[in-house]
Design a protein around this ligand. Structure first.
Ligand SMILES: C[S@@+](CC[C@H](N)C(=O)[O-])C[C@H]1O[C@@H](n2cnc3c(N)ncnc32)[C@H](O)[C@@H]1O
Length: 162
């Protein structure tokens, strides 16, 4: 598969998983969080999927396109290791959905951060809430869910907070 095809499949999987997650959390109260604002593409998409909820974006820096930049109240700047543990006071309530999109081209550092977030995320996710992630997570409080139809297993990951 060409790199372009692989990129397209990843982006399609991301969009399909977020749409699926939006349906699954329709009855779960709480804000939405994005770990990895980057250019702001998926943050902007989350704002469209959840027009009535607060959507908070976390990143170590602000590099989003101005059209999809969060306002200062909804932007949490700093390394996840510093911002995630105290996030409840910032986001106000456990999140109904966390979208993790922090992958880089360095598989080893992705795995280290995924292991850390696996432990740090559950306390800030509502019971029954979802985590959708570009990296595989592993924690007994996060129950893996199947990807929606059309998304190849292992391309994107969904978990329900037990
Ligand atoms: C793949 S990009 C996100 C793309 C974005 N979701 C979009 O659709 O435009 C990954 C982002 O995660 C951020 N990131 C990675 N590790 C981080 C960490 N430990 N703390 C804070 N931000 C981190 C990077 O700065 C980068 O902006």
């Amino acid at each position: 598969m060409s790199r372009l095809d692989s990129f397209l499949r990843r982006i399609e999987a991301q969009r399909d998983c977020l749409k699926h997650a939006a349906e699954l959390v329709a009855k779960i109260a709480g804000p939405i969080i994005e770990l990895g604002l980057g250019n702001g593409r998926t943050y902007d998409h989350l704002r469209v999927l959840f027009p009535t909820r607060e959507v908070f974006a976390f990143d170590r820096r602000m590099a989003a396109d101005p059209a999809s930049a969060p306002d200062p109240t909804h932007l949490v700047l700093g390394d996840f290791r510093d911002t995630v543990p105290g996030a409840l006071t910032r986001i106000g309530a456990p999140a109904a959905l966390a979208h993790c999109d922090f992958g880089s081209g360095r598989p080893e550092s992705n795995a280290i951060l995924a292991a850390w977030l696996s432990l740090a995320l559950p306390p800030i996710i509502a019971r029954g809430g979802l985590v959708v992630s570009d990296q595989e997570l592993s924690d007994p409080r996060l129950t893996p869910l199947p990807a929606p139809p059309g998304v190849e297993a292992g391309r994107y990951f969904l978990y329900r907070r037990a």
